[in-house]
Design a protein around this ligand. Structure first.
Ligand SMILES: CC(C)(COP(=O)(O)OP(=O)(O)OC[C@H]1O[C@@H](n2cnc3c(N)ncnc32)[C@H](O)[C@@H]1OP(=O)(O)O)[C@@H](O)C(=O)NCCC(=O)NCCS
Length: 180
């Protein structure tokens, strides 16, 4: 059997900026599959990375957070960013529940098994830490990602609804002059 070209290893927090191109590849994918999400337009890549980076930095403040990267000849070609929290109050998920915050594979290498290897490595690590369950949130239009996760045994569990704070009838009222 030929050994895979990519090594899976843990990202050190000081390497955070190396994730930018892979995050932007995912943001680009989001922009193509959902140019508007519940009325919201896409951010610029700069805005997007600034915000995501800040979230990642915050999550790194928690010792349980970990990131696995796929590396090929010193280039990062995929990553999985995982946070761990106390989990559900309504359902018994154990003491801690893992959330896969991001899974991204470089566009030219998708469909070759890298995402499966990353997800497998994440699950292996979580199981070793006695964490029994993992959740991931995905845009409703990301149908390829849904089939990917379902092929790996995850099931649809939540529905997230999104909308403007101003109800539609109020928006119309503001746009249409009262005497029109
Ligand atoms: C989803 C993703 C991480 C899967 O990694 P991957 O290395 O492409 O996946 P693998 O090669 O291990 O498995 C291939 C499976 O992924 C699916 N897949 C999802 N998105 C894909 C894409 N853009 N290109 C090719 N395959 C894709 C394929 O349909 C295939 O599923 P199938 O076997 O049921 O047909 C990767 O395709 C990706 O980065 N997509 C864009 C970002 C994204 O949607 N991330 C998930 C956010 S929740």
């Amino acid at each position: 059997m030929i050994a895979p070209k990519e090594t899976i290893r843990e990202l050190r927090p000081e390497e955070l900026d190396r994730l930018e191109p892979l995050w932007l590849a995912l943001q680009d994918h989001h922009g193509r599959i959902s140019p508007r999400l519940a009325g919201m337009t896409k951010r610029t890549p700069e805005q997007s990375w600034t915000r995501r980076r800040s979230k990642y930095q915050g999550w790194f403040g928690d010792a349980d957070t970990f990131v696995l990267v796929a590396e090929r000849e010193d280039e990062l070609v995929g990553y999985a960013f995982v946070t761990i929290g106390p989990g559900y109050a309504s359902w018994d998920c154990g003491d801690r529940l893992a959330e896969l915050e991001t899974l991204s594979v470089a566009p030219g290498l998708r469909g070759l098994g890298l995402g499966s290897r990353l997800l497998g490595a994440v699950r292996q690590r979580l199981a070793a830490e006695a964490i029994k369950h993992l959740v991931v949130t995905s845009a409703v239009t990301n149908v390829d990602a849904h089939s990917f996760y379902e092929r790996h045994g995850l099931v649809r569990a939540h529905v997230i609804l999104a909308g403007p704070t101003t109800p539609a009838e109020d928006q119309r009222a503001h746009q249409i002059p009262p005497d029109a």
